[in-house]
Design a protein around this ligand. Structure first.
Ligand code: AVJ
Length: 320
């Protein structure tokens, strides 16, 4: 029997407070998590199909080409903890080779996980499954039914790129601690990381010809209108997405195309023409820099696999 557990969901007030603090800041900003409402999640899936957006496809190639090697490096019987599991497809592809003892799907809301995990449980009845709804970016408190032995955190898709490097380090340290707490050992991390490459390739991946990434970014305004009862006019904003070489990151913004006033619950703001809301960062690492980060976080025995162009990397690191 699969267990479905929802841990403290963020209240409406906390969400509002967080959003308003960002929107009222001198350089307005919002957390990338707000890009993923129902439509945003579908638009992100569409992004993954774009010719310009190489990460999803490249990572999948690495996993399929090196499946045996990766599974061997990890060993059977892991407690596979999938951070941001979504439709669980990436983890499910590992099951036949990896043979985990338990599969723990974690996502922001247990509702998103219900269908996917139920279907998976049906396909793999021998694997014990737990679905957990929680915001693991703020706190990693796993329920007691999650096995402590042999924990393997699975963090694919280069989501680690959304964190600033210092935050990424803190997050990785947390994962390492969650593997080794109470003296349990044998665990580790399986993570996908997007690598530094030519600016032209990165720029195109985040500002595609069809405008799907633009729609994905602009959809944030529709989400804000609902969350804050705001009156953003989507037509008065445009998408900006480009690689910042100095900071080694993609920056995404929404840019006002005219001077305007936007109203929301308990406030408003005037945006000048050209003024921006910073909506996402996506850091790009060199292989060595990321391996150093894993080592700094306390992981060891790092093994990694890449594609022939070295555009993306999958790392397995041990916790103890
Ligand atoms: C889901 C954070 C890995 O940074 O590439 C894709 C999100 N944003 N296109 C990324 C995203 C714009 C994606 N991550």
């Amino acid at each position: 029997m699969t267990q479905f557990i929802q841990l403290l969901e963020q209240g409406k007030q906390t969400i509002e407070d967080e959003l308003l603090a960002g929107l009222n800041a001198s350089c307005a900003h919002t957390s990338p998590k707000f890009l993923y409402d129902a439509l945003g999640s579908k638009l992100f899936e569409a992004i993954c199909e774009l010719p310009e957006y190489y990460p999803t496809r490249t990572e999948a190639e690495i996993f399929s080409r090196h499946a045996r090697d990766i599974a061997q490096s990890i060993g059977a019987g892991a407690t596979l903890i999938d951070l941001g599991a979504g439709n669980c497809a990436k983890a499910a592809r590992l099951f036949p080779q990896l043979q985990p003892a338990q599969y723990v799907a974690v996502d922001i809301s247990v509702e998103f996980l219900h269908e996917a995990v139920s279907r998976l449980q049906h396909r793999f009845p021998a694997i014990d499954m737990v679905a957990v709804g929680m915001d693991f970016s703020t706190e990693l408190a796993l329920p007691d039914s999650v096995r402590e032995e042999n924990r393997l955190f699975f963090y694919p898709g280069s989501s680690i790129g959304n964190f600033m490097p210092e935050q990424a380090l803190a997050f990785l340290r947390h994962l390492k601690e969650a593997c080794t707490q109470d003296g349990y050992g044998g665990g580790g991390l399986l993570i996908g990381v997007d690598l530094l490459k030519d600016k032209s390739i990165l720029d195109a991946a985040y500002d595609d010809a069809l405008g799907v990434t633009a729609s994905f970014n602009l959809n944030l305004l529709l989400h804000l209108n609902r969350l804050l009862d705001a009156d953003f006019d989507v037509r008065a904003w445009r998408h900006r997405g480009f690689f910042n070489r100095q900071l080694s990151r993609i920056e995404m913004y929404l840019e006002a195309t005219s001077k305007q006033t936007v109203r929301w619950t308990g406030g408003m703001r005037c945006f000048e023409q050209g003024e921006r809301i910073h909506t996402e960062n996506s850091y790009k690492y060199t292989q060595q820099d990321f391996i150093n980060l894993l080592t700094q976080a306390g992981f060891n025995n790092v093994r990694f696999w890449s594609d022939p162009q070295q555009w993306f990397m999958v790392c397995h690191a041990q916790a103890a």
